[in-house]
Ligand binder design. Structure first.
Ligand SMILES: C[S@@+](CC[C@H](N)C(=O)[O-])C[C@H]1O[C@@H](n2cnc3c(N)ncnc32)[C@H](O)[C@@H]1O
Length: 256
């Protein structure tokens, strides 16, 4: 039985070129459903589909409302320029002398894109094949935007697979390895949790091997590992060298 059996399907809207949908379903080894056929949503909990030119992740609630995409626009409060100033808790945690970063837990790519926009050289790693497909779609869209083209920039490189093994095979140790694994929630259902993060948790579950990921990161980094952690969680690697506080979270920094 495949990993996503009964959980995920690719959703074809019933019109337009079917081939990309078929190929995506084949790559992920999941069924292809047709949303123009009644009762298509009886079987799976999650769907992937292209809507408005973006690959979107949907659950039953989002089927009618739209869907979640890798958002390539700067988050609220982030600068639009490139390179954006290296300011704020994330930049402080990455370190003043850091040039190269590997984000080993890319997820929706929001931290990665922030790091990329601040001008760091970035490699992204993601082990969920679903999230990798969404990221690849987002990075392709990023490559097309005016400022990227005008500045002759390429989107970050995306490696699909488990960072625990991929980090050990990097050609050059990056100055910094950034980790934001999934921690168990404080309460069962937090009203504050963003839909994008609750859907990720429902789809993938917690990252139970984060201690091992931390050890691999320490072994593979050039200078430091930064762990983003909810403020209620114990530091992943024991007492950090330094910590930077954000809103309801902190960045724990470990020097090699
Ligand atoms: C909390 S999310 C990261 C969110 C991300 N920082 C953002 O800004 O969107 C954690 C992600 O890390 C990925 N992940 C966890 N452990 C991993 C590992 N060992 N290798 C690669 N990806 C991993 C999970 O699949 C999940 O997509």
């Amino acid at each position: 039985m495949h990993l996503y059996t009964g959980k995920l399907a690719v959703l074809y809207p019933g019109q337009g070129d079917k081939v990309p949908y078929q190929q995506l379903a084949e790559r992920l080894v999941v069924p292809l459903r047709d949303s123009s056929v009644a009762g298509f949503d009886q079987h799976e909990l999650f769907f992937l589909s292209w809507r408005e030119g973006c690959l979107k992740l949907l659950d039953k609630e989002l089927l009618k409302k739209g869907g979640l995409v890798v958002d390539i626009e700067p988050r609220h409060g982030e600068q639009r320029s490139w390179p954006a100033p290296k300011q704020g808790a994330l930049a402080q945690a990455l370190g003043r002398k850091t040039k190269t970063v590997v984000d080993a837990t890319t997820g929706w790519g929001q931290d990665s894109l922030h790091i990329f926009r601040m001008g760091y050289e970035l490699i992204c790693i993601e082990r969920s094949p679903i999230m990798s497909e969404l990221l690849a779609d987002g990075f392709q869209r990023l490559a097309q935007v005016d400022w990227m083209q005008n500045l002759h920039l390429q989107p970050p490189q995306l490696l699909s697979g488990n960072a625990i093994t991929l980090l050990a095979n990097l050609n050059t140790p990056p100055d910094c390895i950034y980790l934001d694994p999934m921690f168990p929630p404080k309460r069962k259902k937090s009203a504050l949790a963003k839909k994008s993060m609750t859907i990720l948790r429902d789809l993938l579950g917690d990252d139970h091997d984060k201690e091992l990921l931390f050890s691999s990161a320490i072994a593979a980094c050039g200078k430091r590992v930064v762990v983003k952690s909810p403020d209620y969680a114990e530091p992943l690697g024991g007492k950090p060298t330094e910590s930077f506080q954000g809103k309801l979270m902190r960045y724990d920094v470990y020097f090699k």
